[in-house]
Design a protein around this ligand. Structure first.
Ligand SMILES: [Mg+2]
Length: 78
């Protein structure tokens, strides 16, 4: 959980650099939001494996909920 939180924090930092009010210092490493999203997916997959959770099934459950219970929360794109 700590690793996942750390990676989410790193992504938040990147979002803030590129879309927020805190530009990068020249001395800072050039990470990207894309890289940090990849890190989050990796850590999440490790976490799921350690708990014997099928992440594909978790995603299926979430998508079913979004498409049924939450179906009126979203505006579909044309
Ligand atoms: Mg990272």
């Amino acid at each position: 959980m700590a690793r996942l939180t750390e990676e989410v924090g790193e992504m938040a930092r990147e979002v803030n650099h590129y879309h927020g009010e805190k530009p990068k210092k020249l001395s800072e490493r050039e990470n990207t939001i894309e890289d940090e999203m990849g890190d989050i997916i990796f850590v999440l997959a490790c976490f799921a494996n350690s708990l014997n959770i099928d992440l594909s099934e978790s995603f299926h459950i979430a998508m079913h909920k979004i498409e049924t219970r939450d179906k009126n929360r979203w505006t579909p794109k044309d």
